[in-house]
Design a protein around this ligand. Structure first.
Ligand SMILES: [Zn+2]
Length: 346
């Protein structure tokens, strides 16, 4: 029986084909699950009910993905200019808007201030989040596999960034009070390996921040999940964590969940400029945006959940910053993102 194939929304199609794929088990529990859907790139998705996790059951090789992250992925997301003017602008914006970043707000509360704390940004890209954390008093370091991004962060922003696999950065970078993995954990073939390497660099009692697309929004039923926008954009993603999967992960990794919430919409800035693959695809975005406008923020509260007063206004401001068009959307709407802060047990 052939699987239903989802329509693409994202003009950026990764370079792999359905040939030369390798089989993959659930990246959290190693169970074998039958594929239920085909993504627009032809890669099959399965749901592990034990882990509440959607994941790809056939993937490009680790080597092919490594090459992609060093070259192709970076080129597809690279800004048009990378010079000192851009660096100066980034630094100014980071200092101005850091207090409005919802991730930093939560960290500030749970860590009881970031002043003097050592913070590592795994997959730091150009280093914007590092600049924001630095402006709030954190001592920051980063890691990224894209050579050009690292050179820019080192040379133009004077940031301490390691261009290597994370396990090779530990001697150089040391240990940290806070490790941030923002839009990272959905990328690797072996997310637990990356997580363990990150946790090796986190001090006992330190905080791990995860920000990732919320696979929980897809639900467990393929007939419903096929409508979730997350399976049709950003096709580099290898797995989609749900809130329940995060809780399972925390138990597996000796972490205590301090904060867990779902919020917001995907960063579609510019997706309108990407060629839509079909009429239906474009219609899909419009319908989805309308749905966002009327949906409400969903916060899942568990033990030790802490919130900060006034964060809604600041979250709104954060959304408004990204693009003028998005200023009309409310970050409280939707549940595209999953955001968790966990503490390494002592
Ligand atoms: Zn599993």
């Amino acid at each position: 029986m052939s699987l239903p194939k989802l329509e693409p929304l994202d003009a950026r199609m990764p370079p792999w084909t359905a040939k030369h794929l390798q089989e993959r088990h659930c990246p959290l529990c190693e169970a074998t699950n039958a594929p239920a859907l085909l993504r627009p790139d032809g890669l099959p998705l399965a749901y592990c009910s034990a882990c509440a996790l959607w994941y790809l059951v056939a993937t490009p090789s680790e080597k092919a993905l490594g090459e992609y992250y060093r070259e192709g992925y970076w080129i597809s997301t690279r800004p048009s200019s990378l010079n000192q003017d851009r660096a100066n602008e980034m630094r100014q914006n980071a200092a101005r808007f850091a207090p409005q970043d919802i991730r930093l707000q939560r960290l500030n509360v749970i860590a009881r201030s970031l002043v003097g704390k050592r913070l590592l940004d795994v997959g730091c890209g150009l280093g914007y989040f590092m600049l924001q954390a630095q402006s709030l008093g954190a001592h920051v370091a980063g890691q990224d596999p894209a050579p050009e991004a690292v050179r820019f962060a080192q040379t133009c922003l004077h940031l301490n960034v390691c261009e290597d696999m994370l396990e090779n950065c530990q001697d150089h970078l040391g240990s940290f009070d806070v490790v941030v993995m923002s839009d990272v954990i959905e990328h690797p073939l072996r997310p637990l390996n990356l997580l363990h390497r990150s946790l090796n660099m986190l001090k006992p009692g330190g905080l791990l921040l995860l920000w990732t697309p919320n696979g929980g929004a897809a639900g467990a039923d393929p007939a419903v999940a096929r409508d979730w926008v997350g399976f049709r954009v950003d096709l580099e993603h290898m797995q989609y964590f749900s809130p329940a999967a995060i809780i399972r992960l925390s138990n597996q990794c000796n972490l205590a969940v301090e904060h867990l919430e779902t919020l917001g919409f995907p960063d579609f800035a510019g997706i309108e400029q990407r060629p839509a693959s079909s009429r239906r695809g474009r219609q899909g975005i419009l319908t989805w945006r309308r749905r966002l406008a009327v949906s409400v923020m969903q916060i899942r509260t568990i033990a030790n959940l802490r919130t900060t007063a006034g964060n809604l206004y600041q979250a709104l401001a954060m959304a408004a910053l990204s693009s003028e068009k998005r200023a009309t959307l409310d970050v409280r709407s939707g549940d595209y993102h999953l955001f968790s802060i966990m503490r390494k047990k002592t």
